[in-house]
Each structure stands twice: as C-alpha cells, then as structure tokens.
Design a protein around this ligand. Structure first.
Ligand code: ZN
Length: 228
C-alpha cells in the first residue's frame, strides 16, 4: 500500500543538459510566433469528430440527448487546458527589475492543473518556486503565470518541474533556482493501482541549491516546514 509521499528530493547525479524531443516540441513557441514550427491552433472540429468516435468505440450512443453537446464541450475544454502549447511562458520573465536584494525569493503553494500525457487524465497540485537573485528580480505573480502556462500542456510532472527551473534560471540569471512540485495524479487514483491520497513530489535544483548542501537545506526547509 502506498501511504507516504514519493519524494525525489535532490539530484545527486548531474544530468547532462540535453534537450529531449519532448522538450523541443514544448519549447517551439519560444522561438517566436513567426516560426514555421509553431503548432497549429486547436482544431475544434477535429476534436469533436474524435470524441464522437471514442463514444462509439466504448459502446455509447453519441446521438442520445445527454451526449449531443459533449464533443463540442470537450473541444472547448481541450482548447482551454492545452492553451499553454500556444504560449511562451518566458515572456513573463522578461520584465525584470534591478534590485540589490540577495536573499531567497520563494513563492509557495502555486496551485496548478495539468494533464498527464500518458493517460490524458488530470494531475493537480502545488508548485513552489524559489530563486536566489543575481541582481534581477521578477514580479511574484509572474512565477505563478509561468507555472500555469507550463501546466496547460500534455505533461509529465518531472518535465514540468525541469522546464520551470530552466526558464527561471535562464531568464533571470539567478544564482540558484529550486522548483518543487507536489501533486496527485488521477491516473493513479481512478485507474491502475487506484491509490487515493498518494502524492508525487518532484524537485529540480539549479546553481547554488544544487551545489551547496546548506543552501539546499535552507530552501527545502522554507518550502516544506512552514505552516505544516
Ligand atoms: Zn498518467
């Protein structure tokens, strides 16, 4: 029985900063809106057709009253929950302020809703994003916007965590970045092993939080121990 949290804190192994194909696809829009690689906007008609097919395939009657509007509804919903595919979250990190503040900036408990790309089922939870500035700070709400837009794509939690950390590190030139995400996956609770209450924690450390144990302990303490 899974009762506790799956905690994957700290990266003791240094991973090579390779850009996977997955990351490449998800970073398409960051190359500018005129890029020919920009994904097509959401095709509602195509989703409607597909949803109708799924309903038939599972043995439903898509023409019964209750389901008549469902394909169109699902199309609108997918356009909304995958809207992050057509946005570049880095934009929110471009407007920075020059500050002499050199202590940790931490935004805790940023609520997010994402979709697991393996099952197209939601996973929801909280993200905590912290950084140690190097002369540049960004509005606190901007970090929440980055989390929101990265979440609104077909995702896996591990990549979501890394993507946010990379963006904050690269755009702010921060001396250290930490992203910690805690979430519950519907694909674990409503299907498969059906373990309600199991949560999954992932973290990404950059700069001083990766290299310096006491800095890492300090920020993890701030994230995990307050108000709990
Ligand atoms: Zn899943």
């Amino acid at each position: 029985m899974i009762t506790g949290k799956k905690v994957l804190l700290g990266n003791t192994k240094r991973k090579k900063p390779v850009t996977s194909k997955n990351e490449e696809i998800q970073n398409r829009t960051s190359k500018g809106s005129t890029s020919k690689h920009e994904p097509a906007k959401v095709d509602h008609a195509r989703i409607e057709k597909a949803v109708r097919e799924i309903l038939i395939a599972v043995g439903e009657d898509p023409d019964r009253e209750g389901l008549l509007e469902t394909p169109a509804r699902v199309a609108r919903m997918y356009a909304e929950i995958f809207s992050g595919l057509h946005k570049d979250p880095r934009i929110h990190l471009k407007r920075v302020f020059t500050e002499n503040y050199d202590e940790i900036v931490l935004v805790r408990d940023i609520e997010f809703h994402s979709m697991c790309e393996h099952h197209l089922l939601p996973f929801t939870g909280k993200a905590h994003v912290g950084y140690l500035p190097n002369g540049k700070v960004v509005g606190l709400s901007k970090l929440a916007r980055v989390v929101d837009e990265v979440a609104r794509r077909p995702q896996v939690q591990e990549r979501m965590t890394e993507t946010i950390a990379n963006m904050v590190e690269q755009e702010l030139g921060a001396r250290g970045v930490v992203v910690l995400i805690e979430s519950s996956h519907s694909c674990m609770t409503m299907r498969g092993i059906r373990k309600a209450g199991a949560s999954c924690t992932t973290s990404a450390m950059r700069g001083i939080f990766r290299e310096n144990l006491s800095s890492r302990a300090e920020i993890l303490g701030l994230i995990l121990n307050q108000n709990r």
